[in-house]
Design a protein around this ligand. Sequence first.
Ligand SMILES: Cc1cc2nc3c(=O)[nH]c(=O)nc-3n(C[C@H](O)[C@H](O)[C@H](O)COP(=O)(O)OP(=O)(O)OC[C@H]3O[C@@H](n4cnc5c(N)ncnc54)[C@H](O)[C@@H]3O)c2cc1C
Length: 348
Amino acid sequence: MRGESVAELWVVLQEQDGLPPEYNQEVLAEAQELVQQHSGRLQLCAVQLRAPLPTATEKNTEPFFKSIAPERFYVLEHPALERYTTEGYVAALSWLIRAHTPALIVTSATANGQDWAPRLAAQLGLPFVARCLRFVLEQDTLLTLRALYGGRAYVQTRTRLGRLPALVTFVPGTRGTPSASRSQVGPSPAPEVIRYQLPLATEEQSPRLQRLGIEAPAAEEVELEAAEKIVAGGRGVGREGFAELATFARLLGAAVGASRVATDRGWVESERQIGATGKSVSPRLYIACGISGAAQHTSGIREAQTIIAINPDRNAPIFALADLGLLGDAREILRRAIQLLQEESVGV
Ligand SMILES: Cc1cc2nc3c(=O)[nH]c(=O)nc-3n(C[C@H](O)[C@H](O)[C@H](O)COP(=O)(O)OP(=O)(O)OC[C@H]3O[C@@H](n4cnc5c(N)ncnc54)[C@H](O)[C@@H]3O)c2cc1C
């Protein structure tokens, strides 16, 4: 970190469907821990990019800062930032970096975060570490931990901090959403809010990339490593059962996963396989349907937060891992669940 002055650590907040995702809190918590370790030398700042609000008051900070509030909150406003665009984010953040030069910038490795962060780094020549599981500072060196080969190997990287800020993306879900501290009484103190009306150049206001709309991918296409919810099927579901499983996953907004038996038999594509020779996943919810729970499968779901298992065999090993076990036929339970979700969506 630079000299004796207080350096800034920025957390760039993200929005999803106009709402702040929980990942913001997670990155804020990780960043706050770092600031506490370097008390007096590092200051936690948050950065939000948005279109100007009709009545912008400090109340606008409330949705973002539940249990952790930064000391400083930069709000960058421009009509072009109403919706996410790569060029808008890169232009706005480049401008802010030139104006304030933080020591470190962190954001969640969401689809948008993974889009703008490397471009920003390339444009400004910033040191960049993608998809970190941890980041710490040791004097002037940034140490980061990253997973390789689907979580089967870890690598620590060292980045020397210099004149330019370093940029880091943090894998969402690694730490989980922090709950409000027990010792905390009342809300966190309000941050100092610094608002800028961005002076973007004309070409930056009319980006070359136009957003035409948002279309959710099919449950069979959602990237497993990034999925928050996964419904996985095994031998017990059977070939025909995978159609019901996919319908249920779609209604739940989940990705489809599978055991090796299911992928080997061609019931689903091989890239849906989870486990030792498949993918390692870290969803918030994992629903295992007709999967026995062999070690080669469960090694891929160690990071899942909540596991629900559906199996008629009460001795199936998967129940030892499950937070909730449903004893019964997976297809029957899936059909009933589909019916309930469909009724709910039409307000029956
Ligand atoms: C080197 C090696 C690597 C491997 N890598 C992987 C891997 O990456 N991923 C992986 O998954 N496997 C892997 N395997 C295979 C693994 O050992 C298991 O064979 C496999 O996970 C079992 O898949 P399954 O649970 O679908 O099938 P099974 O073990 O046959 O279990 C089927 C389950 O379905 C239940 N069932 C039956 N009827 C119903 C019903 N109507 N409703 C609900 N449940 C029902 C049964 O009670 C049973 O528990 C690997 C094996 C080896 C040797």
